[in-house]
Write a protein that binds this ligand. Structure first.
Ligand code: UDP
Ligand code: MG
Length: 306
């Protein structure tokens, strides 16, 4: 059986459309499927729509979060609820073309354990977001050590992979973790479609935060930059020190006030940035060590059935 995991945040209008589109494809290709809708603490009627649908149809499970925990958590919850032999994660807005699920499924039948959806076109997005995404993917591909350009959350995973992911306690970045785990991979290219309804849930601020937290969860490079900066500063200060000494010896000592101010400001800001970066990692350690759950499920449609 194929499980379809659909994270949904304020998607009341998209739920039914996504279900109909995907379900009819599954029937056409006689694939047995189950739908796991994870309502990520929506403020609109998303969960009501999901539960109504779940009471009509056999093959739907709905989970409702107690608040908005983010798409990563929603995917996590979905993966924990999978009862199929493999699962596809797909957006609710049908920007990931549902036909590709069938292609992915056939690749899985052929023995691949992870089928990655790779974007051919990035679709409609703000220009700034496009440039930001390019920069983010080049940084994260480098620090994580695998090429993740144009990757997305649209993937099919084998049961084995799902079990491994479910055992990982860390708050990872789904897209990167599925690269990290290895396994036999295939790729399916797709064009990003227009959203069927509603609007994108991402703000520029949200995207920047998302990028930074994913890079730091994959690499300690920013912390090493701090060490490198320290060494560079040491070299510079030795040069300036020698210079200052020579000035003193030949009796020109009082002149360098501007230099002193510039150096003080410069060093001060580097120290502050460095402390900030280190602080950020400590904060991440703190978050992980508290061991709070990645999400809280406040209701599900499972109990209602039977
Ligand atoms: N989503 C979610 N939690 C969030 C934000 C988004 O579960 O906090 C879901 C959303 O409902 C959709 C998917 O993640 O199914 C992708 O979101 P969106 O379409 O807003 O992002 P974009 O396609 O613009 O990257
Ligand atoms: Mg979208």
């Amino acid at each position: 059986m194929l499980s379809i995991i659909i994270p949904a945040y304020n998607e009341e209008k998209c739920i039914k459309k996504a279900y109909d589109a995907i379900n009819s494809l599954l029937i056409e290709n006689s694939i047995e499927g189950e739908f796991i809708f994870v309502d990520d603490g929506s403020q609109d009627e998303t969960y009501r729509v999901i539960s109504e649908l779940a009471s009509e149809k056999e093959n739907i499970v709905g989970l409702h979060f107690s608040r908005n925990f983010g798409k990563e958590s929603a995917i996590s919850a979905g993966l924990s609820a999978v009862s199929g032999d493999c699962a596809v994660v797909i957006d609710c807005d049908l920007q990931h073309p549902p036909e590709k699920i069938i292609e992915m499924y056939h690749l899985w039948e052929a023995g691949y354990e992870i089928v990655e959806g790779i974007k051919r076109e990035r679709g409609d997005e703000k220009k700034m977001h496009g440039i930001g995404a390019k920069l983010f993917y080049s940084v994260i591909s480098r620090v994580a050590g695998f090429d993740m350009a144009n990757s997305s959350d649209f993937k099919l995973l084998d049961r084995k992979v799902i079990d491994v992911l479910n055992k990982m306690p860390e708050r990872g970045f789904f897209r990167a973790i599925s690269f990290w785990v290895g396994y036999k991979k295939a790729v399916v290219e797709y064009d990003v479609a227009e959203r069927v309804d509603g609007e994108s849930k991402w703000s520029t601020r949200g995207l920047v935060k998302y990028a930074f937290s994913n890079i730091t969860s994959y690499s300690t490079a920013p912390m090493q930059i701090v060490t490198v900066l320290g060494m560079v500063m040491l070299v510079i200060s030795v040069i300036f020190g020698v210079w200052a000494l020579i000035d003193k010896i030949i009796g020109r000592a009082l002149e360098g006030m501007t230099t002193v101010i510039i150096i003080t400001i410069f060093i001060g800001s580097i120290i502050m940035i460095s402390l900030g970066i280190i602080g950020y990692y400590i904060a991440r350690i703190f978050e992980e060590i508290k061991g709070r759950p990645k999400y809280i499920i406040s209701s599900t449609t499972k109990s209602k059935r039977k």
